[in-house]
Design a protein around this ligand. Structure first.
Ligand SMILES: [Zn+2]
Length: 67
């Protein structure tokens, strides 16, 4: 995976936490392997492991307005 991303890392004190397992991203930045989604204007993250598990549901939710 390419580790260089243009993801804006949260500078507003918002820590990236997996919405499924509660795992916190190391260093306070979101790894490229994590999935970021927006629901109701709130940013949500899913860790690599959960992204693989829930990839279908995630894609289904993002399909309408994120991608
Ligand atoms: Zn997780």
């Amino acid at each position: 995976m390419d580790e260089k991303t243009s993801h804006p890392t949260g500078s507003d004190g918002e820590r990236p936490v997996c919405v499924h397992c509660g795992r916190t991203a190391e260093g306070g930045t979101v790894p490229a392997t994590w999935v970021c989604s927006v629901e109701d204007g709130r940013r949500q993250y899913v860790c690599e492991a959960c992204a693989r598990t829930h990839i279908r549901a995630i894609e289904g939710r993002l399909d309408s307005e994120w991608w």
